[in-house]
Design a protein around this ligand. Sequence first.
Ligand code: SF4
Length: 378
Amino acid sequence: MHISDKIEILAESAKFDLCGSFLCSQEAIKRKPSISGWIYPTVLPDGKTVRLLKILLSNDCIHNCYYCANRANRPFQRVTLTADELVRLFLELHRKNLVDGLFLSSAITKSPKYTMEQMLKSVEILREVHNFKGYIHLKILPESSLDYIETAIKYADRISINLEAPSEKYLKEIAPEKNFNFLLQKLETLKELYKKGLRTKAGITTQFVVGASQERDKEILNLTFNLYKNYHLSRAYFSAFQPIPLTPLSDLPPTSTWREVRLYEADFLIRKYGFDIEELVFNENGNLPPDEDPKTVWAKNHPEFFPIEINSAPYDKLIRIPGIGPAFASRIIKARRENKIKDLKELKKIGIPIEKCKNFILINGKSPSSSKNQLTLF
Ligand code: SF4
């Protein structure tokens, strides 16, 4: 089969791949398969945006995860790229200045060992033969040996091990052939290598399929918090489950994208705002309240923390105010260094979402939300 035919078939499969939530949105599923549909702008940890070619080496899986489009028992056309074909495709796009980096994933074709070898071979050729210096994100298969993990660290900027569910019980509900403890052991291995100084520049990521089993947000976030704290995880991704035709879960309703959004917001509070897992507020069912963002919910549950004086509060307190994140807190601190902030109008001028924060702040000792004068300014 010609490489362009393989690409078209793989593009169809890649729409359903769950390595990044953007790929399994309904919008992405409806998208016409084409090579441009695989190129995603991605923000790296250093803040730089790169265009990544996100591609599967193969859609020919030997496993049968219930949620997955590439499961062995689902009837559709299977293809596998060779390492050389993948490299050729990538370099062609790179030469045309269409992509800056590669995100390489794969279904498990023939055996985990074979698949991992082909993925490693691809990145090795790119680095060693073609001297490619750009960004590479590589998915690690759970069965990978220590040697393979070390090679992956050598060539990739970021690696991912997808846990898919927050415990063995939930993983068995959606992927009976996968072993949760086995996956965790890989993260344990990476932790040990990290201690020895063997680490990728952009760290390790994982991913959860949200809503395909009975798991709760609290369970997902508890594990995520633990992974950030104890396993050097740099990012967790949450993928709202979308039913795929001809799979055992095809009749399950799709997970609301709001659930995914709330999980990302809570994750952000943990990673960027220093929230402890115990501070997050969950419903009685263990999920995040869907109607409001987790920081506003926390603020409403902690009236003793508010109001916060905008002209004197330290950075750590400012970022606890709903609507004010690290960037806005820094802007406030910069603005008030020159002159005291006088009113909501001045806050609005520097981009602060005043409707979100006005009930939680004081400006020079006065509550702006109770000041008719200030509110009539808008
Ligand atoms: S291992 Fe499971 S999730 Fe991965 S491609 Fe195969 S069936 Fe899909």
